[in-house]
Unconditional design. Structure first.
Length: 363
């Protein structure tokens, strides 16, 4: 039974230069209205009315929807008592009244797309807010009553130095935000930077230094490194994202949204028109084999700071994990990329840096 739902809102004011997500730069009121109507029809068709532990509105820029549209979406769901409902916002799209209204609707967690507090860097990557605006919105969100605020940052950006990046994190720390997410810049197809490669990109070593320094800085200030890219003050870990990493089921609603229900992973149609006329159907749907389920459990589990629980894996899949993966475990514990824990194994900080290489050996 799914206890989480992700909702994709694929609209943005403009497309950032590093973005390869499915999003459309538009503020067309009619298009948004039609999309919300299709979205609600999809929810009503698939959602089984079970009380949700978590809801996440991501994008794109969900804060481009007006309050009435968000209210209509939110009212589609039932919730458990201690639910977590997150909405991603961009600083240039909200004001104090909008934030207060979000809180009144029942959203209780914000994820703010800051990326950097350096105006030159923001301009270089196509962000349309200023550093000052980002700080202002954090303060206004706190005044509006939000006690669970996350800020997103990217490292490895053009002209970004280690000093700039750590300064960004210290600004967030000074604002006492409860959660911080860090993502290394990845230039993928379908983004502006892919065909217009920027100059002065930090190399892999510089990116690694930024990541390790960020871990040290955040842990020193009381943030728990609970997942490869995520840090939280005590008890403010993202329940929604932990649901993914614990390999639990969840709904995915909206164009390009992914979901995992009844052992099937699915993806909705990316194209807005196709999605609107085919919301009952999926672009992709795959029933995972036992082998694929095991690999996903390992892959997702190693993303967490606590790592994997060997006893749980052995029980669920009827295997002897340490016997099956003996050579890989010896290789990477000897190189200090893997650490043995009371329950199993976890990646070290250096292991996180090369996690894709390590995890590919389990596949």
């Amino acid at each position: 039974m799914a206890q989480s739902a992700y909702i994709h809102i694929p609209f943005c004011k403009s497309k950032c230069k590093y973005c390869s997500f499915v999003s459309y730069a538009t503020e067309n009121y009619e298009q948004k209205k039609q999309y919300v109507n299709s979205l609600i029809k999809e929810i009503q068709h698939f959602y089984k009315n079970e009380p949700l532990k978590t809801l996440y509105l991501g994008g794109g820029t969900p804060s481009l929807l007006n309050i009435e549209e968000i209210k209509k979406i939110f009212k589609c769901f039932n919730f458990e008592n201690n639910y977590e409902a997150t909405i991603e916002i961009n600083p240039e799209t909200v004001d104090f009244d909008y934030l207060k209204d979000l809180k009144e609707i029942g959203l209780n967690r914000l994820s703010i797309g800051v990326q950097s507090f350096n105006d030159k860097i923001l301009k270089n990557i196509g962000r349309i807010h200023s550093a000052q605006k980002a700080e202002e919105i954090i303060v206004l969100a706190q005044k509006a009553g939000f006690k669970n605020i996350s800020t997103d940052f990217i490292y490895g950006l053009p002209n970004q130095t280690l000093e700039y990046f750590i300064s960004d994190l210290k600004t967030a720390i000074n604002h006492k935000v409860q959660h911080i997410s860090l993502y290394g810049l990845k230039i993928e197809e379908n983004c502006y930077f892919y065909s217009h490669l920027p100059e002065n990109l930090p190399d892999d070593d510089n990116q690694a230094d930024m990541y390790i320094s960020a871990i040290e800085t955040l842990e020193r200030h009381g943030y728990n490194h609970y997942e490869i890219s995520n840090f939280a003050l005590d008890s403010y870990e993202s329940k929604h994202n932990l649901n993914y990493w614990n390999d639990a089921e969840y709904y995915g609603f909206g164009a390009a949204a992914h979901g995992y229900i009844d052992g099937k992973r699915y993806a909705n149609f990316k194209d807005l028109k196709t999605y609107s006329t085919n919301f009952k159907n999926k672009e992709e749907e795959v029933t995972l084999s036992t082998k694929e389920q095991l690999e996903e459990t390992i892959f997702l589990g190693f993303r967490k700071g606590t790592g994997i629980d060997v006893k749980k894996i052995n029980k669920k899949f009827q295997i002897d994990f340490e016997k099956k993966y003996k050579n890989i475990l010896i290789k990477y514990t000897n190189s200090n990329h893997l650490i043995k824990t009371p329950n199993g194994y976890k990646l070290s900080n250096e292991g996180f840096l090369v996690s894709n290489v390590i995890l590919s050996e389990f596949l």
